[in-house]
Design a protein around this ligand. Structure first.
Ligand SMILES: Nc1ncnc2c1ncn2[C@@H]1O[C@H](COP(=O)(O)OP(=O)(O)OP(=O)(O)O)[C@@H](O)[C@H]1O
Ligand SMILES: [Mg+2]
Length: 468
């Protein structure tokens, strides 16, 4: 009674394969598997080929070359044939708009806007010489912790054979950026923990347009030039290559304007920090000073703000979110201070500063940029009306009028007048009377500072205020 199950089971397997539906299924499945296998193989081969045949350059937004490359990409290029011009068309653009405010008293609101078109996010193709370059501009989902801005990269890809095109591209992009800034002064300000250009670069202010008292300008310019020519001298002696200047004096005497003009003269930028600005802390200041952009004058406005904060901290033990006195000293010459630097500090209140600030290494040269002198008023007249007032007779009338008003510190009878005016006020008067010399002379009385006008009637200003 031997019953064999096997033949019958084999038989049933055969039957299964004989079934056209089943056999077809197996066939299809194996075809699918082969296709998937081939696809993976192709991907691997392509990936390997890509790695071997292509070159990638990645530029992140933090890199100074990032805006240069974007500017280079947005350059108009002549079409070199039908196909090339179709391939290299950029369809995605993004725009950066800058509005400029009219500077000066009472002016407000954006008066002009410039639009700068750049390749947008996504993929583009550009042609450089014979090489086609694939460009991929991407915004990442991660962000810079300091500024909150998302990370961004531009990736340039080309054939291995064309890899030398990159050198050409970077050189051209840099040349373009340098040309765009020719005759301009770049002003940087702190954005978060980074230095960022503040608006468009400004046209250089000619040094001759800032009129300081006789010899003052020349002495600073000579000192800075001397310092710039002595780097090796400092290195040889192991001294940090730093120099600090403190310009102090009343508002509107031309301190900031002079520093801007000096930067233009030296072909430097200006990296500006306002010490009384909200959110500027000791740590942030120290960090920013270690990362100063190259070829920049460091400008610390309102240096006295740090000293006011010291007093506040002494009183309540908390300094608030501002720079303190010791924070400023450490930033200027603590262990973490940058090696190379030219710093300009400005203040309206020299009396509030601490002697600790004014020592070599922190401040090497101190200059008062004071109220307008007769010399300055005369020079400013020449700049505004020199062409019309060829014999200088009107200038004499104007200066005599200011003498009569006692605006240079002495009355016409030689007694001290205690009255002064600022170069900014004189500039304002001339701007109001652009080509009207007589008007400027007639309105000279307006140069008397307003808080002194009450004294006109023999009532001192303080009393006059109290009486009101
Ligand atoms: N000595 C000067 N020569 C030419 N222009 C001047 C001079 N002083 C002031 N001005 C003009 O007056 C305006 C204000 O000057 P600026 O901002 O340089 O003054 P400041 O000394 O920095 O004042 P503050 O102490 O208030 O910062 C500018 O438009 C500038 O052109
Ligand atoms: Mg100023």
């Amino acid at each position: 009674m031997a019953t064999t199950q096997t033949p019958s089971s084999l038989f049933s397997l055969d039957a299964l394969f004989d079934n056209p539906l089943f056999a077809g299924g197996i066939g299809l499945a194996s075809l699918g598997a082969a296709a998937a296998f081939a696809r993976r193989g192709a991907i691997v081969v392509l990936g390997a080929a890509r790695r071997r045949l292509l070159v990638n350059v990645e530029i992140s937004k933090q890199d100074p070359a990032y805006p240069w490359i974007l500017a280079w990409l947005s350059q108009p290029r002549e079409a070199t044939g039908f196909i090339a011009s179709r391939i290299t068309r950029i369809h995605n653009l993004s725009v950066t708009t800058t509005t400029t405010n009219a500077r000066g008293a009472g002016a407000g609101g954006p008066v002009s806007a410039s639009f700068f078109l750049q390749p947008g996010y996504g993929r583009h193709v550009v042609k450089f010489g014979n090489a086609y370059i694939a460009v991929n501009r991407e915004k990442h989902s991660t962000a810079n912790m300091n500024t909150g801005e998302p990370h961004e990269i531009v990736q340039l890809t080309t054939l291995w054979a064309h890899r030398h095109a990159f050198e050409g591209i970077f050189a051209e992009a840099h040349k373009l950026a340098a040309k765009a800034n020719e005759g301009k002064t770049v002003v940087y300000s702190a954005r978060g923990m980074e230095w960022a250009p503040l608006g468009d670069s400004r046209k250089k202010r000619p040094l001759g347009s800032v009129i300081l008292d006789e010899g003052v300008k020349e002495s600073i310019v000579a000192d800075v030039r001397d310092f710039l020519s002595r780097q090796q001298w400092y290195v040889d002696r192991g001294i940090p290559y730093r120099r600090g200047y403190l310009l102090f004096g009343p508002p509107g005497s031309g301190k900031s304007s002079f520093i801007q003009a000096l930067a233009g003269e030296l072909d430097f930028g200006v990296a500006m920090v306002n010490l009384s600005e909200m959110g500027m802390t000791d740590d942030k200041l120290a960090y920013l000073l270690t990362k100063l952009p190259k070829r920049c004058l460091l400008l610390l406005e309102d240096a006295d703000a740090a000293f006011v904060n010291r007093r506040q901290r002494d009183a309540d033990g908390y300094s608030g979110a501002s720079v303190t006195f010791s924070g400023l000293l450490n930033a200027l010459d603590g262990v973490a201070a940058g090696e190379e630097r030219i710093a300009f500090l400005t203040t309206n209140h020299i009396d509030r500063l601490d002697p600790a600030l004014i020592r070599p290494g922190r401040v090497d040269m101190m200059l008062r940029i004071g109220e307008a002198t007769r010399y300055q008023a005369g020079q400013m007249w020449d700049r505004f009306y020199g062409d019309e007032d060829t014999d200088g007779s009107q200038k004499e009338l104007f200066l005599r009028r200011l003498d009569e008003l006692g605006l240079f510190g002495t009355n016409s009878d030689g007694t001290p007048s205690n009255r002064h005016t600022s170069t900014a006020a004189i500039q304002g008067l001339f701007l109001f009377n652009k080509s009207d010399m007589q008007g400027a002379i007639d309105m000279a009385k307006g140069l008397i500072p307003r808080d002194l006008e009450a004294e006109e009637d023999g009532v001192p200003m303080k009393q006059a205020k109290e009486q009101r």
